[in-house]
Design a protein around this ligand. Structure first.
Ligand SMILES: CC(C)(COP(=O)(O)OP(=O)(O)OC[C@H]1O[C@@H](n2cnc3c(N)ncnc32)[C@H](O)[C@@H]1OP(=O)(O)O)[C@@H](O)C(=O)NCCC(=O)NCCS
Length: 156
């Protein structure tokens, strides 16, 4: 099996959109992803397993903060560590750019994503009330302190 991580490019967007539509109640559009891959402040990666796009991550970095906008894995390929690989790749990329913290907002009802972030070392920082315009659901704000994360990983 061949597994590799690549920077997201225009050629990946159709496969990203298929996973996006199956994964999110308010999916981003092709126009949004096309803009994302061209932005200097965005870091978007895909993981390719054999010849299939298995998962992707999209994030923005500004000063010492990185915000994950999206992360999703194809439903039949979940629980194989692909999203963890992408997250680790992002951490390694952005920590060289003076980023100290990674933030994510997650729907309160999204138990599997919350479990994923917790396992990855994120901690709950607060609640944004009625954050999502589609359902008015609250968002849980979670963050990862990269220095702590790397020192724990290196001591394992
Ligand atoms: C959340 C998501 C990205 C995780 O992707 P994944 O590739 O399955 O994650 P991994 O295989 O790297 O999982 C790592 C760990 O996260 C936790 N985890 C992941 N999915 C879980 C689930 N359904 N239930 C409980 N824990 C889960 C587990 O601790 C897992 O480790 P384990 O398999 O050794 O127990 C995936 O479920 C997904 O695409 N969901 C839909 C989109 C989404 O909600 N994105 C997050 C938006 S904030």
């Amino acid at each position: 099996m061949r597994v590799c991580i690549e920077k997201m490019e225009a050629k990946h967007i159709d496969a990203v959109l298929e996973i996006e539509k199956a994964s999110f109640p308010s999916p981003w559009t092709k126009a949004i992803y096309t803009q994302e891959v061209g932005q200097e402040y965005s870091n978007c990666f895909v993981i390719i397993v054999d010849d299939d796009l298995a998962a992707y991550i999209s994030s923005w970095s500004v000063l010492d903060e990185c915000t994950i906008n999206k992360i999703a894995c194809r439903s039949d390929l979940r629980r194989r560590g692909y999203s963890t690989m992408l997250l680790n790749h992002l951490i390694n990329k952005v920590c060289g750019n003076s980023v100290k913290y990674i933030f994510i907002e997650v729907r309160e009802s999204n138990d599997r994503a919350r479990a994923f972030y917790k396992k990855s070392g994120f901690a709950k920082k607060g609640i944004r009330k009625s954050y999502y315009s589609d359902t008015k659901e609250d968002a849980i704000l979670m963050s990862l302190d990269i220095e702590n994360f790397l020192s724990v990983s290196n001591n394992r």
